[in-house]
Design a protein around this ligand. Structure first.
Ligand code: SF4
Length: 161
C-alpha cells in the first residue's frame, strides 16, 4: 500500500478541544475530505507547551519582528515557555518529513499572516505571524503552508494540493 503524505495540522482544525475556551475549530474539508488521502499530524503549540484548557487567551505584544506572547488580561508572559517548546518541537518535526502544513488562521501561535501584534497597552499596532508558525516557516522554508481560510477558496485549495 502506498504511504500517505504527512500533513502537519493545527489540532483544533481536526476537532480537538484544545482552544482557550475549551472548544475547537473543526474544519469540514480537512476532516471529511483531505484526511482520507493524507496522514494528519496534529499539533497544538499552546497545550503542548503546558498551557491549560480552558485558559486565558493570549496575544502577540511588542516588536512585530520578534513579539512576546502575553495573556490578554493578566499579562502573564508565556514567551520563554513557548520558545523552549518550539525549539524541541521543531527538532521532532524534522523526523516527520511533513509534506505541507495547514495552520489555524489568525492565532498568536499558529497564524501564518495578519496576526495582530499589540502594544504593551494591548492596542493592535502591526501584523505578523504566530510564534510557532513563524518559527516553523523559518526552519522549513521549502514546506508549503496554508491556513484554513485560504483553503476555503476552491481554486487556491486545488493549487495548494
Ligand atoms: S490555533 Fe493552534 S494553539 Fe490555538 S488551539 Fe488551535 S492548534 Fe492550539
Amino acid at each position: 500500500m502506498k504511504t500517505k503524505p504527512k500533513v502537519g495540522i493545527s489540532a483544533c482544525l481536526l476537532g480537538e478541544n484544545v482552544r482557550y475556551d475549551g472548544g475547537n475549530q473543526s474544519n469540514h474539508y480537512i476532516i471529511n475530505e483531505l484526511s482520507e488521502f493524507v496522514e494528519c499530524v496534529p499539533v497544538c503549540p499552546e497545550v503542548e507547551c503546558g498551557m491549560t484548557v480552558p485558559r486565558e487567551p493570549i496575544e502577540l505584544v511588542g516588536n512585530p519582528d520578534s513579539p512576546d506572547l502575553l495573556a490578554v488580561n493578566s499579562r502573564t508572559d508565556y514567551t520563554e515557555k513557548m520558545r523552549k517548546w518550539i525549539e524541541k518541537k521543531l527538532l521532532l518535526l524534522e523526523n516527520e518529513n511533513l509534506t505541507v502544513y495547514i495552520f489555524k488562521a489568525k492565532s498568536p501561535s499558529c497564524g501564518i499572516r495578519e496576526v495582530p501584534v499589540h502594544t504593551k497597552e494591548g492596542i493592535p499596532s502591526a501584523q505578523g505571524a504566530g510564534m510557532f508558525a513563524k518559527a516553523f516557516m523559518e526552519k522549513f522554508p521549502s514546506v508549503p503552508v496554508a491556513d484554513e481560510e485560504t483553503l476555503n477558496n476552491p481554486a487556491v485549495r486545488k493549487h495548494f494540493l
